[in-house]
Design a protein. Structure first.
Length: 164
């Protein structure tokens, strides 16, 4: 009797293991009776910088979280504004924006970058080539490296590039 019970238990366990192995090795059945749904949603991106900057009103930049640094850059009788917003609260994370003149007295955001490693960047401009370079000056593994660079002769709006 004991042998018959042991045999029955082993047979039941073997059958259960075989059923489980067979069931789990099959790919799941996918039944799709509906057509794919297309959504009319555009990708959204959060920008912490304003799209327009008016030079005569420095208070035009609203107070947000973080510390904003505004630098005026003069190049070939044009004024560009560089805005850096530190948003890391101790962590080196910042938004960097370059504003070019539009011709109506305001400046338009033409270049925007996010950095999650730059702590203290300083703008440097080469007057012969027109290249603006933002270089890291904090003591970190990025010290001395270029964070962002652009050619001021080719960046901006039509008026800022072609000097109407």
């Amino acid at each position: 009797m004991r042998r018959a019970t042991t045999f029955a238990v082993v047979a039941i366990l073997a059958a259960a293991a075989g059923w489980a192995a067979c069931r789990l090795s099959q790919p799941p059945a996918v039944i799709c009776d509906r057509a794919p749904v297309e959504y009319d949603v555009k990708l959204a991106r959060i920008s912490y910088l304003d799209p327009v900057f008016v030079a005569e009103r420095p208070a035009a930049l609203p107070e947000g979280f973080g510390i904003r640094t505004v630098s005026r850059i003069e190049f070939e009788s044009k004024t560009f504004w560089l805005v850096e917003q530190d948003r890391g609260f101790g962590v080196p994370y910042k938004s960097i924006g370059l504003y070019a003149p539009t011709g109506e007295g305001s400046h338009k955001l033409v270049l925007e970058a996010e950095s999650c490693g730059a702590g203290h960047v300083k703008p440097e401009i080469d007057a012969t080539t027109g290249v603006l370079v933002l270089r890291e000056h904090a003591r970190s593994r990025l010290e001395g490296q270029v964070i962002l660079s652009c050619n001021l002769r080719s960046i901006g709006t039509y008026r800022s590039v072609h000097s109407e």
